[in-house]
Ligand binder design. Sequence first.
Ligand SMILES: Nc1ncnc2c1ncn2[C@@H]1O[C@H](COP(=O)(O)OP(=O)(O)O)[C@@H](O)[C@H]1O
Ligand SMILES: [Mg+2]
Length: 625
Amino acid sequence: MAARSFETLSKRYSSHKPPKGMPGGPGMGGPRGGGPGRRGPGGPGGKPKNTKTTIVRLLGYLKAFRFRIGIAFFFMVVRAISQIAGAYTLRPIINDYIAVGKMEGFVYALAVLAGIYIVGVVSTYVQNRIMISVSQGTIETIRNDLFQKVQKLPVRFYDTENTGEIMSRFTNDVDNIGMMLDSAVMSLVFGIINLVGTFAMMLYTNVWLSLITAAFLPIFIRGGALIGKRSRKYHSQQQAALGALNGYIEETVSGQKVVKVFCHEKDCEEEFSMLNDDLRGKQFFAQFFGGIMGPVMGNTSQVCYSLTAGIGGILCALGRFDIGGLTIFVNYSRQFSHPINEISMQISTFFSALAGAERVFQIMDREPEAEDKEDAVSPGKIHGDVVLEHVTFGYNPDKTVLKDISLYAHPGQKIAFVGSTGAGKTTITNLLNRFYDIDSGTITIDGVNIKDYSRSTLRKNIAMVLQDTHLFTGTVMENIRYGRLDATDEEVIAAAKTASAHSFIMRLSDGYQTVLTGDGANLSQGQRQLLNIARAALSKAPILVLDEATSSVDTRTERHIEHGMDRLMEDRTTFVIAHRLSTVRNANAIMVLENGEIIERGDHDELLALGGRYYELCTGQKELD
Ligand SMILES: Nc1ncnc2c1ncn2[C@@H]1O[C@H](COP(=O)(O)OP(=O)(O)O)[C@@H](O)[C@H]1O
Ligand SMILES: [Mg+2]
């Protein structure tokens, strides 16, 4: 079977849109997983769109290092001067010693020359060291800022962005900025100083010969610009192709089980080789244009060199020019193409770093979760009296997901939601702790609008077992303690017992000290759920939300933990979304949701008597999912 076409593939994997059909419902609270080194689609390629503002913002980061940068600049100028002066020193050495065969003082003159070059080498060393410390310091700050920002972003951001893509901003893009600060900026300025300085020295040495070089100048500049432009173009295409390939690898590696289940290995190989082939092509041209710059410029300057050497030689023979002057002049003219070379090469680093910086700043400019109100209330104790009145909500303005939902839950009551997949059950729980804010209507807890609480107060008072579990790298003990950081070991163990997790934890190799990795990959899905329940059990929040908390636990275990769950729900206002209707039977009220509306409500007996949808579900006339 033919694999997807190349166009579809490259577009899909280098675009910044999230892949369709990502598993998991909306609003998964904690940070998403994503192992180190996952690189998302969309490399740093492409020209920055808003160069000036980006540069100004980068300069803002450099401000803290201005003193060090000043020193680095000083040493860079010393280095440029020593290079130009060193070359010039040859003139008196040749004229005054070598040409006339004078040995007295010759060694001294050579020592001066060596001294100048040593100063140059030391300055280069110092300048590089300082700039590396500046660039590493800067990108450390940028990474910190970016991470802090990402922590403040609303759940909507995580629901819509591709994890790999976010990761690549921390890695690829930030590294590019670092590379630019390390070397490109200084090389660029050094190249310019070197170019101007060398030409000035040529003029000083011999005006007429300088004119020959001046005639070649447009060729150098034009050639450099042309090749540089090509090189930049293919460089950015190469980055995009690399991003596409990385995106594809990431997806097939993390989804390898699905690939195997559906026997898509062959297709994957084909698709991969298409993307790989594209990268090879782009890389070829990027390398080619990067590589021919030196030889082309070198050969052109060789022509310039021969011309100046020939004409200079004639001038010398006529006694119009000194042999030392000629030597250094041809030296200068041979070196002349180097700075142009360097400048055009560094410009590409410069641009891809700016493109990276822009992508980093894009995230920093994202709207964070709205600030808490200034007079936000933080009551000492919340009882858990929850009221929803005419709540309407949609993730996007053009699609309403919940319509006119009204319900109340008195402290300690158990409210259940049932309904088919996509009916809006998880969405209701997303609104309670303000993962998303409602469009109209009100939600109050203990009579206070939830918008008037600070977010931390609100979330501390609502314990949630989310539909998709998440465990962090760390021990079982630490993972459960995530529910309440000041809990003692005994409390953690008691919570695990409540959730019926204790016995399987004790069977793990190191018990509570077993280290979980890769989102608890060494546990079964049901065991992961039990740990998440234990986490909620540890929290003392008066409101509890269980979103299909036991969907992957077998019925026997479920019955086993029923007792613990009852204890967990005791004295707490509980919202429970259940997969199995048996678990909601004893709820104070059951809400049957259909397309975002509550179509039936009441307790188990009332709903059965009603003979409606719930009755159909219970008697098996209709399947739940
Ligand atoms: N993050 C999201 N962005 C946009 N739409 C979403 C998001 N999460 C869920 N939806 C949509 O909202 C509806 C309700 O989803 P959800 O509340 O998760 O249903 P369920 O009852 O299965 O828990 C679905 O139609 C789903 O497509
Ligand atoms: Mg759900």
